[in-house]
Design a protein around this ligand. Structure first.
Ligand code: EPU
Length: 418
């Protein structure tokens, strides 16, 4: 297994360009199942999760052609409707195939995603909404078996604003008979990006980006061209890296409007942030002040940056409270950060972080995607030797060439191949 080694202590300097957002690319790729013809998607990041969804969809009969960051996708010859356990267990977002497969073929067999390191992560809201749209649903030997003669529009209220749940139902509803009204929908930028893709295909969707989305089903869709939005979580990770290292980083290809909560929070801890069009300049402070965060659905502070922000607070002056409200087990990075000398006490869904003057280099283990990034950030400031982050395959699921991008900013970071 690959590992990443880091020698801390460098103030990061220079320019970095963001990749396309994984969590926008996955549903957009899934949406290409809705109709045949060649779709053309630009700004696709090179990530393990992207190859996983390609492998599952290839098994269904979908054709892919890759040219740098452009992915051409053709689903003319779908011959299967199954997403097998071996692949789904490596990527829960495979559930995103359920909605578009039902809309296109009226049937789907998808391995039921299990829990994962950060929480139980049920998909009950996806399934309940599809049942109300006329889908027969059963669970057989660990597989969701879904079928319908014709999807029907419905009034759906989500108890929790689920991101992939909202995306799944949007994709099911675009070809349903009649209108679907989705209330308490997720408002994340990835939802709006999917809505843009679907509208380019001819779908009739309004209200994306608000908590009420109205979709009027249409008979036919056409293939589309689309640009994936930049990865706001990757942007936030570089912003925090600059704040931690007294850095001066220009982040290009940004959507600052997707990062308001993060910009506001980093300014409050002392970072100097200048915003120009699609570029953010982030200058780290001499002394990092402490600040509390509470993770919330968009536009609140994202759970996918909680671990990284906690690492920043480990070297802040004073104490901070980090409250995680989205996932019940998203503090798995804490025990690894403690191995590097962090002072953190967990009480339920809150972590009390007492800032220290320094972190110390140590071998640590990545436990999920965003936790991996938080450990690399810790390594960038750790003193007294090399930090070694093991099980880096988690990182490769969702950050494109992170160590190379950090090298471009002057960091002493290397990947050691297994
Ligand atoms: N939930 C349910 N029932 C459901 C669906 C969700 O109880 O049917 C609960 C979840 O357990 C969680 C909350 O609702 O407590 C919100 O979960 P959500 O469904 O919004 O999460 P998701 O769609 O599975 C996406 C991202 C995650 C990101 C979350 C929250 C993708 C592929 N994944 O997950 O990204 O953390 O939204 O913003 O879009 C990551 O990239 O590292 C990652 C985990």
């Amino acid at each position: 297994m690959d590992k990443i080694r880091i020698e801390g202590g460098v103030s990061l300097r220079g320019n970095v360009r963001l990749s396309g957002a994984k969590n926008a690319a996955l549903p957009v790729i899934a949406s290409c199942l809705l109709t045949g013809g060649w779709h053309r998607i630009r700004n696709i990041p090179s990530l393990k999760d992207i190859t996983t969804i390609e492998t599952i969809m290839s098994g269904i009969g979908v054709d892919f052609r890759k040219d740098n960051d452009i992915l051409s996708i053709n689903s003319d010859n779908i011959n299967e409707c199954e997403a097998p356990y071996d692949l789904v267990k490596t990527m829960r977002a495979s559930i995103l195939l359920l909605g578009p497969l039902l809309a296109r073929t009226g049937k789907a067999k998808i391995s039921m995603p299990g829990g994962c390191a950060i929480g139980a992560r049920p998909v009950n809201l996806h399934l309940k909404a599809l049942v109300s749209m006329g889908v027969d649903m059963s669970l057989d030997h660990g597989y969701i078996n879904a079928k319908t003669d014709r999807l029907k529009g419905a009034d759906i209220f989500f108890d929790i604003p689920s991101v992939t749940g909202t995306e799944n139902i949007m994709m099911a509803a675009v070809k349903a008979e009649g209108p679907t009204i989705l209330k308490n929908a997720a408002k994340e930028p990835e939802i709006t990006d999917l809505a843009c893709m679907l509208r380019s295909m001819g779908a009739r969707i309004q209200g994306d980006g608000t908590d009420t989305i109205v979709i009027n089903g249409v008979e036919d869709l056409t293939p589309a061209e689309h640009d994936i939005i930049p990865d706001r979580i990757e942007a936030g990770t570089f912003m925090i890296a600059s704040a931690m290292t007294k850095g001066e980083i220009k982040i290009f290809g940004c959507r600052p409007d997707h990062l308001s909560a993060v910009i506001e929070k980093l300014r409050s801890v002392g970072a100097d942030i200048e915003i120009t069009d699609n570029c953010l300049f982030v200058k780290g402070p001499e002394i990092i002040k402490s600040a509390d965060i509470k993770t919330m659905p968009f536009p609140g502070f994202p759970t996918d940056l909680q671990a990284q922000f906690m690492t920043l607070m480990c070297i802040a002056r004073g104490s901070s409270v980090i409250e995680e409200t989205i996932f019940e087990n998203r503090f798995i990075h804490v025990s690894e950060l403690k191995r590097m000398g962090a002072d953190i006490t967990i009480n339920g869904n809150q972590a009390l972080v007492r800032g220290k003057d320094r972190l110390l280099a140590a071998p640590v283990m990545a436990t999920d995607l965003r936790a991996s990034a938080s450990l690399i950030l810790a390594g960038l400031v750790a003193q007294g030797g090399r930090t070694e982050v093991n099980r880096i395959y988690h990182l490769d699921r969702g950050y494109e060439a992170l160590e190379r991008k950090f090298q471009g900013l002057g960091a002493r970071v290397w990947r050691e191949k297994a």
